[in-house]
Write a protein that binds this ligand. Sequence first.
Ligand code: XUL
Ligand code: CO
Length: 439
Amino acid sequence: MKEIFPSISAIRYEGPKSKNPFAFKYYNPEEKLGAKTMREQLKFAVSYWHTLCGKGTDMFGDGTADKDFGGGSVMQIYKNKVYAAFEIMEKLDIDYFCFHDRDIAPEADTLAKTNERLDEIVPIIEDLMKEKNKKLLWGTANLFSNPRYMHGAATSCNPEVFAFAAAQIKKALEITQRLGGQGYVFWGGREGYETLLNTDMKLELDNLARLLRLSVDYGRQIGFEGDFYIEPKPKEPTKHQYDFDVASVLAFLRAYGLENDFKMNVEANHATLAGHTFQHELCLARINGVFGSIDANQGDMLLGWDTDQFPTNVYEAALCMTEVLKAGGFTKGGLNFDAKARRGSFEHADIFHSYIAGMDTFALGLRLAYKIKEDGRIDDFTANRYAGYKSGLGSDIVSGKVTMEDLEAYALEKGDVISTLKSSGQEYLENVMNSIMFS
Ligand code: XUL
Ligand code: CO
């Protein structure tokens, strides 16, 4: 296997004082925080689509980056992408990767020929996984790029398209299972609408649930034991995406009896597009028992679209990792960088700078999450804020002992309760956050 990035050597931890641009300053994979190493807790994954396929195209211009990696024919290009992927994982010491079916092999004229292309590439991936000890975090099917999905996939008005989508998922599930994938993701690519003037929303949602049920049942039938995830996103590419946010997805899953079959793959930039913080989406997933995996990136707060930038915001990463710790850490999920270098950052070295930035940011986030936990001031403040629910009236409310009449009698007897209130302490807590971050 020819080396594709000969000028880049293995990236190692050198500590915060290092000025070597090709070294980790904060991510020290074997260092233990709590009971586990950083590697075990962060479970970083390469996103195949951005890293190996994304060339920096936008609606105003062609790609700027070379992602052929020296390949000539179509299939050689895709084979070289595999070699590049494993070299990137090896040099960055990343254990996991994720892909869509179409990232690893391009479509041919018919589905059968496309599947043959997949069958040519999958064994190469399988061998390299064994040789380099790399793992598949999750697989998925691209049900949005091809023009056949212009009206959606499961939610298309056309049942032929529904069948095609099912066939693609079936194959993607088989590949994910064969490669030992720990998860399978459904991101609702074009499952949404542009206008309700032409949309039967009830049938579309019913059909979305039907395809999810068929997929889960098939996955379990072939012995897939990984987690199934839904990745919420409120808009883009469609004006309204059905999997809007964690709350909407939970309501949908419960309405169709799918709540025990899915967890969430929460993406940072999707949260902000939905008008939520990343922490909000993670918290909601956690308290509902559906925290699964993370697509880590960041958006630009001045823009209303999915910029998929590599995360560099340490404050956000600290709040994210605080939620992950509260959830008990990742089980089958992990931290995938669904992120791409900017269009002008077209050199191969930029791929490495990007991952180093994202990995160091989340390493700092994990270190800070432990400091926040050990410091205890924030957790204690919050616990004290609700202390009234631990005894007396509060514990009677929580245990369901009180009636409306009891509550009225209590309020009437007190006359007013304003004097019992205390400050929400937000500014105090923000000061605490800064003192923990910069101590
Ligand atoms: C799109 C997005 C996808 C999913 C996988 O916004 O996030 O790349 O992560 O289909
Ligand atoms: Co994503």
